[in-house]
Design a protein around this ligand. Structure first.
Ligand code: G6P
Length: 459
């Protein structure tokens, strides 16, 4: 019988990690089909026999095989190339990229090394599904190691416009390696278009139509498969005891005020300084909102070993302080900025009582917070979603209030419009958002991708 074999940098071996988009989606897929998950253990070890061992764990029918990284691998592959080169470039921040040949050499070597460890564990009939920007070169490695079965790749982050991608010194190498996959999946049509345009403009590729592309002597499937959430599961989370408790705790502080909520990893792609500025604009442009609204921004720190993330932290701390200093009053804190994480249930409870969900990234592959916000709402009195046009989710969630996150007046106006929107309009918009979130959920995403990668099914 064939198995699904997933490869991603982070896995969901730790139940607490089953909260982020990638981890939840891959976990749901592997649990549904039974299978094997390769990834990084999260540990850094001295070079030696241990750095070449795979650690095994089993949970709910899923087998995990995890590798440690040496310090050099961790710094070159994860910190520098994945997070300081690919991440900023793919999020249109060439200005923040630290181009470094040595880091690319280590990145390529880690892809090859893990491919060599995975290949002997594969069985005839297995379906290999590689995830995200850490492993763009994995198919190449697996083919070199002798694997002939199907290999698919799904990119969880955006794929940039051709001229932005071409800023990567290794763009040709990476594109060639991506064409070694049988299926390359993107979050949004815009990403798929960018990749195909790049192949046509820079590599003599050809769009054969029907999702088929030819480049570098390969013919592969290239399509958008927008990732979804466990929609029903999130409704249940929003009605759990833990959700009620969180809602009650914040309720004590809110009183009669309306809650406007944002939840984002602390990342410069999320547009947080611009969002904080927009909150200031709201109180300037619409003084009637002063004292009546509490904006709560939950932002767990992330990648704090990377300098650009440390700088963002300082900037946010200062901005939040300034906004509260400028607008706050004896009995009112306008912007509550919490640099810590909460559980999925707690967040679901907060979403449920929020009047407005603010999801305003400058760039985002998909963004699943907006889908979670939708599913947590109560049909009789739903809150309003404000969504950046630069999140992949904007292609599906057109009934949100779509904003340009760079335009702080636009965002301020949208918040005001959301706070004053009639019940009828809120319900009309919300029902359409709910329908698409339920229909195109995480199982739909998995089935759509696997139907192209393994047309005969998994068994
Ligand atoms: C994004 C990426 C994931 C990554 C996550 C957290 O969602 O698409 O691949 O795991 O951020 O980042 P970290 O660097 O902590 O794994």
């Amino acid at each position: 019988m064939s198995r699904l074999v997933a490869i991603s940098n982070r896995t969901a071996v730790d139940p607490k990690a089953r909260a982020g988009g990638l981890a939840v989606a891959v976990w749901e897929s592997l649990k549904a089909t039974g299978g094997l998950w390769f990834g990084w253990s999260g540990d850094i070890v001295e070079e030696g026999p241990r750095s070449n061992t795979l650690h095994a764990h089993y949970d709910e029918g899923v087998e995990f095989l995890l590798t440690d990284l040496t310090q050099e691998e961790h710094d070159g592959y994860y910190l520098n190339y994945a997070n300081r080169v690919i991440w900023p470039v793919f999020h249109y921040r060439i200005d923040l990229a630290w181009f470094d040949r040595d880091a690319f050499t280590v990145y390529a070597a880690v892809n090859q090394r893990i491919a060599r460890q995975v290949e002997p564990r594969l069985r005839n009939g297995d379906i290999v599904w590689v995830h995200d920007y850490h492993f763009l070169l994995m198919a190449d490695g697996l083919r070199n190691a002798g694997w002939e079965g199907p290999i698919g790749f799904f990119l969880h982050i955006p794929f940039p416009a051709p001229e932005v991608f071409a800023a990567l010194p290794e763009h040709h190498w990476i594109a060639r390696a991506m064409c070694a996959y049988d299926v390359v999946g993107f979050q949004a049509e815009r990403d798929r278009y960018n990749f195909i345009q790049y192949l046509i403009e820079e590599c003599g590729g050809e769009d054969l139509g029907d999702g088929r592309v030819q480049a570098f002597d390969h013919t592969l499937t290239v399509k958008a498969y927008p990732i979804g959430i466990d929609a029903q599961g999130f409704v249940e989370a929003a009605h759990s005891d833990k959700a009620d408790e969180a809602a009650q705790r914040i309720g004590q502080f809110l009183g009669q005020r309306d809650l406007v909520i944002g939840v984002d990893r602390m990342d410069y792609s999320k547009g947080l300084p611009q969002r904080f500025e927009a909150v200031g604009r709201l109180f300037d442009n619409f003084p009637d909102t002063r004292g009546k609204v509490s904006v709560t921004q939950i932002t767990p720190p992330s990648r704090s070993k990377v300098e650009e993330y440390q700088e963002l932290r300082v900037e946010l701390d200062q901005l939040a302080g300034r906004i509260n200093g400028d607008y706050g009053d004896l009995d009112w804190i306008p912007l509550r900025y919490l640099a810590r994480s909460y559980t999925r249930e707690e967040l679901a409870g907060l979403f449920r009582i929020a009047r407005v969900g603010l999801v305003t990234p400058l760039r985002d592959g998909m963004n699943l917070v907006c889908k979670e916000f939708v599913m947590a709402q109560d049909e009789n009195d739903p809150g309003v979603l404000i969504l950046s046009e630069f999140a992949g989710a904007a292609e599906q969630l057109q009934d949100a209030l779509i904003v340009n996150p760079h335009d702080t007046d636009d965002v301020a106006e949208a918040i005001h419009a959301a706070l004053t929107m009639s019940l009828d309009e809120r319900q009309r918009r919300w029902r359409r958002l709910r329908d698409i979130t339920v229909e195109q959920d995480v199982s739909w995403w998995r089935e759509k991708f696997l139907a192209d990668l393994a047309p005969g099914g998994l068994s």
